[in-house]
Design a protein around this ligand. Structure first.
Ligand code: SF4
Length: 702
C-alpha cells in the first residue's frame, strides 16, 4: 500500500483484547505518531499507556531481519525448504503427531487460519495449540457447556447500559484500561455500581463501590451461594428458565450442597458474613447486571466450573440477551478470539467446529484436504511434555515465548533445547525461545502486518500496515503458505494477499452452516480487495444478507441442540496445591505498562519507568513475620524454581498471599521469571488451562 507521509492509517492496537482502534502516521523523516481512533467502537478515540507508547517499540535494533538456519543467514528459499524438509522427514519417520505448532493470540486471523489449515488439513495433526490456552481456554469450555458455542453474549455498549457490573478476577484498570475508563464513565454519568471480587486491592478496586477480597480459588463457591440465595428469595425469571434453559434442578441441588448457607460461603471465602449478604442482596435487586471475568477465573484448575457458576446466575435471572446485562469474558490478547474462530486450539477445528465425524468430513471437502486430523491434539502443557518425552520431535513456535511464559518454564526450556527441530517465527531476534531455535524466521511486526483481529466483544477489525517490512521480514500467513507449497499443496494455498485468506475463512464459516454453528461471517466472503481494505470494525455473526449482530441470544435461543441454555451443576473443589505453614500462596499477573514477556514494551523507556524491576507484594504482617522491610531483596522458592525480587510491603495484599508480576525474563533479569516458579501440575481438567495463580512459595531475606 502506498502511504503518503503524514497521512493517518486506521489500524488496531496489538496488545490487549479491548482491541482499540489506532490512527497511525509516519512523517517524512520516519517518525511514527499514534492516537486513538475516534471512530472505533472499542475505544472512541482513547488509548492507554501501552497504546500511546507504541512508537517506542518500532526500532530495528531488536528485530529479527533475516532467515537463519542452524545459526547461518540464508535466503528465504533455503529457509522455507529447510522447514519443509525437516517437517516432512519427521512425519515420514515418526508420523504426523511427531510435529507440533505452538502459536499465539498475537497472530492475525489470516496467519492463524493458514497455519491451522496446514497442520489440521494437510499434515494430519491437531498438535497445534496456542498461548491462548494460558489465557481464556476455561471461558471457551464454559461457554460451550452453557451456550452450546463459544459465543460471547454482550458488547461493550452493555457496559454503558448496565446498572451493576461485577468484576471477578479482573484487574480491568491495568489489564484492559480503556474498558475500565468506559466503566468509570458509566459510573460517574449514570451511577453504574461496580463490585470487584479480587483477593488483592488493585487499581480496579479503587474505582469500585464494593470490594470482596476473596480467598483465592473460592469464586465458584461464592457464585453457587449466589444461585441459592437468588432461588430461595424468588429472584428468578421463571418464564426465561422455563422456555430457554435446561438443567436448573440438578444445578441448584449441587449449589445447595456446595453452599448451604451464606455463613458457610463466608467462612470458606474468607469474607465477613455481612459482606456476602450485602453482595447477594445487591445482585438480587439489580436486573441490568454484567459480570466480567478474566484471568483470576480462567487461570485456575477449576476455571471452567467457575465460568459455569457465573453463567448459572445469569440463566436463573434471565439476565442475558438484553441491554446492560450478561456474562462477559474479557480476553487477554488482541486476537485470542480470532484464533478461536479458525480452530486455534488443539481441541477445535476451524470455524468453531469440533472433531465430530461430520465436521471433519465437511472440512475435508471444503479444503479438498488429504489428511484432516481425526482427533484433538495436545494442549499446551501436554504438548511441551511430549516435546520433553521425545514423542514430538519438531515444533514450530510462532509469535510467542514459551521458554519463559509456560508453567515450569525451566522444564520447557530443557525440552526445547533437546528437541530435534525447533522453528521460531518472530519479529524480535533475541527472545528466550528464539535462542533455542534451529531455524529462525523473521516475521512482520505491528505496523507492517495486514489482516484482521477479533476483540473481546466479537468485533472484527482491520490491522493495517503503514510501514514497509523490516529487512527480509514476511507476514506469518505468507511464510506458512510458502512451506505448504513446497510440501506439495500449492493448489490449497493459492493466497497472494491476506484478503485471499480472509475470504476463504469467511466462506468456510458459512459452508453448510444452517445457523447451528455460531461463527458465521459468510456475508464477508465476497469482499473485494478494495472492500477488505476499507472494512470497518463490526462484530460477528455476519451471515450472508445480514448486517453485524451486536448482542447475541436476544431471542432466548442458544446454540445447543434444543436451543436451550444449559445450567451446569458445579461443585467447588479445594485448591490443588497445599500451602504448608510458613509458606505463602503466590499469585501472579500483569502490570499496567508491560505486555507479556516484554519483548516489545520492554523497549519503551517510558513504559519501563512505571515499574523498573519486579517487586514481590506482601502484607505487612507477613513481612514482619519474616523480618523483612519494604525495599529489601527477597529470595523466593517453590518446588520447581527460585527467584529474586525486591519487596514491596502493602496492605493491598491478603495475609498469607504474595503477588509477583509475570513479565520479566532472561533478557531483563535472569533472576525473576514467574514461569520458573509455577509448576504445570495443576490444570483444569476440561479446558487444559494451567493454574498460574495459586502456587505455594517460601519467601526469605536474600
Ligand atoms: Fe491497546 Fe488494550 Fe490499551 Fe487499548 S486498552 S490501547 S487495546 S493495550
Amino acid at each position: 500500500r502506498e502511504i503518503a507521509a503524514g497521512k493517518p492509517v486506521r489500524t488496531t492496537c496489538p496488545y490487549c483484547g479491548v482491541g482499540c482502534g489506532v490512527l497511525a502516521s509516519v512523517a517524512a523523516d520516519g517518525t511514527v505518531t499514534v492516537s486513538g481512533d475516534p471512530d472505533h467502537p472499542a475505544n472512541r478515540g482513547k488509548l492507554c499507556s501501552k497504546g500511546t507508547n507504541l512508537p517506542d517499540t518500532l526500532g530495528l535494533a531488536e528485530r529479527l531481519l533475516h532467515p537463519q538456519v542452524d545459526g547461518r543467514r540464508v535466503a528465504w528459499d533455503e529457509a522455507i525448504a529447510a522447514v519443509a524438509t525437516r517437517l516432512s522427514n519427521t512425519i515420514a519417520k515418526h508420523g504426523p503427531d511427531s510435529v507440533a505448532f505452538y502459536v499465539s493470540g498475537q497472530l492475525l486471523t489470516e496467519d492463524y487460519y493458514a497455519v491451522n489449515k496446514l497442520a489440521k488439513g494437510f499434515l494430519g495433526t491437531a498438535n497445534i495449540d496456542t498461548n491462548s490456552r494460558l489465557c481464556m481456554a476455561s471461558s471457551v469450555a464454559g461457554h460451550k457447556r452453557g451456550f452450546g458455542a463459544d459465543a460471547v453474549p454482550v458488547t461493550y455498549e452493555d457496559l454503558d447500559e448496565a446498572d451493576l457490573v461485577v468484576l471477578v478476577g479482573s484487574n480491568l484498570a491495568w489489564c484492559h484500561p480503556i474498558l475500565n475508563q468506559r466503566l468509570l464513565a458509566a459510573k460517574y454519568t449514570r451511577g453504574t455500581r461496580i463490585i470487584a471480587i479480587d483477593p488483592r486491592r488493585t487499581a480496579t478496586v479503587d474505582g469500585a463501590d464494593r470490594h470482596l477480597p476473596i480467598r483465592p480459588g473460592t469464586d465458584a463457591l461464592l457464585f453457587n451461594g449466589l444461585v441459592v440465595h437468588l432461588a430461595d428469595n424468588g429472584v428468578l425469571d421463571a418464564r426465561f428458565v422455563a422456555e430457554h434453559t435446561a438443567g436448573l434442578a440438578k444445578a441448584l441441588e449441587a449449589a445447595r450442597a456446595d453452599a448451604p448457607s451464606p455463613a458457610h460461603v463466608a467462612a470458606r471465602c474468607g469474607l465477613p458474613l455481612a459482606e456476602i449478604e450485602a453482595f447477594y442482596a445487591e445482585v438480587a435487586t439489580v436486573r441490568r447486571t454484567v459480570t466480567i471475568y478474566s484471568q483470576g477465573v480462567n487461570q485456575s484448575s477449576q476455571g471452567t466450573d467457575t465460568v459455569n457458576a457465573i453463567l448459572n446466575v445469569h440463566f436463573l435471572t434471565g439476565r442475558i440477551g438484553a441491554p446492560g446485562m450478561g456474562p462477559f469474558s474479557v480476553t487477554g490478547q488482541p486476537n485470542a478470539m480470532g484464533g478461536r474462530e479458525v480452530g486455534g486450539l488443539a481441541n477445535q477445528l476451524a470455524a468453531h467446529m469440533g472433531f465430530e465425524p461430520e465436521s471433519m468430513d465437511r472440512l475435508r471437502r471444503f479444503w479438498n484436504a488429504p489428511r484432516v486430523a481425526d482427533k484433538p491434539g495436545l494442549k499446551a502443557v501436554d504438548l511441551f511434555r511430549a516435546v520433553e518425552e521425545g514423542t514430538v520431535r519438531a515444533v514450530w513456535v510462532m509469535a510467542t515465548n514459551p521458554a519463559v511464559s509456560m508453567p515450569d518454564a525451566a522444564r520447557v526450556r530443557r525440552a526445547l533445547a533437546n528437541c530435534e527441530t525447533v522453528i521460531v517465527s518472530d519479529c524480535i531476534a533475541d527472545t528466550d525461545t528464539a535462542r533455542l531455535a534451529h531455524i529462525r524466521l523473521p516475521a512482520a511486526g505491528w505496523s507492517e502486518k495486514d489482516g484482521t483481529v477479533t476483540n473481546s466483544d466479537r468485533t472484527i477489525s482491520r490491522q493495517r500496515a503503514f510501514r514497509p517490512l523490516a529487512g527480509e521480514a514476511r507476514p506469518d500467513w505468507w511464510i506458512v503458505t510458502q512451506v505448504a507449497r513446497v510440501l506439495g499443496n500449492a493448489d490449497a494455498f493459492p493466497y497472494e494477499t491476506p484478503a485471499d485468506v480472509f475470504r476463504e475463512h469467511a466462506a468456510l464459516s458459512a459452508f453448510e452452516n444452517d445457523g447451528t454453528r455460531a461463527f458465521d461471517i459468510g456475508g464477508l466472503a465476497g469482499l473485494s480487495d478494495a472492500e477488505f481494505e476499507t472494512l470497518a470494525p463490526a462484530p460477528w455473526p455476519r451471515p450472508v444478507g445480514e448486517g453485524p449482530t451486536r448482542r447475541l441470544y436476544t431471542d432466548g435461543r442458544f446454540f445447543t441442540d434444543d436451543g436451550r441454555a444449559r445450567f451446569v451443576p458445579v461443585t467447588s473443589r479445594p485448591l490443588p496445591r497445599t500451602v504448608e505453614p510458613g509458606s505463602l500462596m503466590l499469585n501472579t499477573g500483569r502490570l499496567r505498562d508491560q505486555w507479556h514477556t516484554m519483548t516489545r514494551t520492554g523497549l519503551s523507556p517510558r513504559l519501563s519507568a512505571h515499574a523498573p524491576e519486579p517487586c514481590l507484594d506482601l502484607h505487612p504482617q507477613d513481612a514482619a513475620a519474616r523480618g523483612l522491610t519494604d525495599g529489601a531483596l527477597v529470595s523466593l522458592s517453590t518446588p520447581v524454581g527460585t527467584a529474586l525480587a525486591r519487596l514491596r510491603v502493602t496492605d493491598a495484599q491478603r495475609v498469607g498471599e504474595a503477588f509477583l508480576p509475570m513479565h520479566w525474563t532472561d533478557r531483563f533479569t535472569a533472576s525473576c521469571i514467574v514461569g520458573r516458579l509455577v509448576d504445570d501440575l495443576a490444570v483444569d481438567p476440561l479446558s487444559g488451562q494451567p493454574d498460574l495463580k495459586r502456587m505455594p512459595v517460601t519467601v526469605v531475606p536474600y
